[in-house]
Write a protein that binds this ligand. Structure first.
Ligand SMILES: [Zn+2]
Length: 344
């Protein structure tokens, strides 16, 4: 049988692609004066890439903190709901059944996630509120320190040696009790270990890269990868921190990250967390781009993997590198679906 590569891509993509980290709510919030942003600015690329589920991440930029963290988070969720209601092509999913229902109806599902618990302040009641609003995965921190813990920094070492705060531990326990997935992306190494000690369910790392290829605390070490694998978790591979070098930031190197995780803990524990950010970055004035580079690191966007329509390039390259259909389907969606089925 000699199926053309285009037909094989088509067949593999038809079941959909799940990307567990996308900074969509903050962009919808910044564009809150406009209408139909989802349908006009995002839908064409999402459709072209056969995206079926997105982790829609609430993230609060420094300029809104501390006063407006809660308000901006609520507004981000409000925009996501309003934009979703305005189109027949999207659905907010709070359970595995709702993810399945969205797929059956041909809608792109959003699983709302939170990147950093700044919106909660130090009030556990707010966690219940966000749960009711649909938040189903939470990472305690971004790169900064907050009421829950410390973020891993964009250097090989140097974040505080301590793990979570008492509030951070309460948040983690309450998440497990409510049915909110714990996301280990960004948390510092001590916090990472502590979360695994006080939880029992499979954790996820929604978007990260491996330290073997880019050695910063924000990424994940072999030892950490093995800890996630031992608990049946899934790691989403990030597209913007695959290498400190621009010339090594390629689609092939992205796949090297997938391969490395699969070699350490098996193909059942690797998924996608593209973290496409170039569309936001290019809306910023140069001064702000420089600020970001100074505070964290200069992001190297992979030229043929900068937006969701490029998911096809990934599928093509996975085929060319010899991945089996079954393995490609696990990477593109199957492993995240297993997590949803087990935890949501
Ligand atoms: Zn992030």
């Amino acid at each position: 049988m000699n199926e053309s590569i285009e037909r094989r891509i088509e067949r593999l993509q038809t079941g959909g692609i799940i990307d567990m980290h996308f900074d969509l709510p903050m962009d919808l919030y910044e564009k809150r004066a406009r209408r139909d942003v989802l349908a006009t600015e995002f839908l064409p690329e999402l459709q072209a890439g056969n995206i079926s589920v997105l982790g829609a991440a609430i993230y609060i930029e420094d300029r809104y903190l501390p006063q407006n963290g809660l308000r901006v988070a609520l507004d981000q969720i409000a925009r996501l709901y309003a934009e979703t209601a305005a189109s027949q092509r999207f659905a907010i999913c709070k359970s595995y059944r709702e993810v399945q229902a969205a797929q059956e109806m041909g809608r792109i599902g959003f699983v709302i996630t939170m990147e950093g618990v700044e919106p909660l302040g130090t009030d556990l009641n707010q966690l219940r509120v966000f749960y009711e609003l649909g938040v189903r995965a939470i990472g305690l921190t971004h790169a900064r320190t907050n009421s829950a813990g410390h973020g891993g920094i964009f250097a090989a070492s140097g974040s505080p040696a301590e793990g979570l705060t008492p509030f951070g531990r309460e948040v983690v326990r309450e998440c497990e009790a409510l049915g909110v997935i714990i996301d280990l992306a960004h948390i510092n190494p001590a916090g990472f270990e502590e979360i695994l000690l006080i939880t029992t369910k499979p954790p996820i790392v929604s978007h990260t890269n491996v330290r073997r290829y880019y050695n910063i605390e924000r990424n994940i070490s072999d030892e950490q990868i093995k800890m996630v694998g031992a608990r049946g978790g899934v790691i989403g591979v990030n597209s913007i921190l695959v290498s400190p070098l621009e010339e090594e930031s390629t689609l092939d190197h992205y796949i090297d990250h997938i391969e490395h995780i699969a070699e350490l803990i098996g193909i059942d524990s690797v998924g996608i967390g593209f973290d496409f950010f170039e569309f936001i970055f290019r809306q910023w004035p140069e001064s702000r781009q420089k600020e970001l580079a100074a505070k964290f690191t200069k992001p190297h966007f992979i030229p043929d993997l900068t937006n969701h329509s490029h998911a096809r390039n990934l599928t093509r390259r996975l085929i060319e590198r010899g991945f089996s259909d079954a393995d490609i389907e696990k990477i593109l969606r199957g492993n995240w679906l297993r997590i949803f089925k087990e935890l949501l």
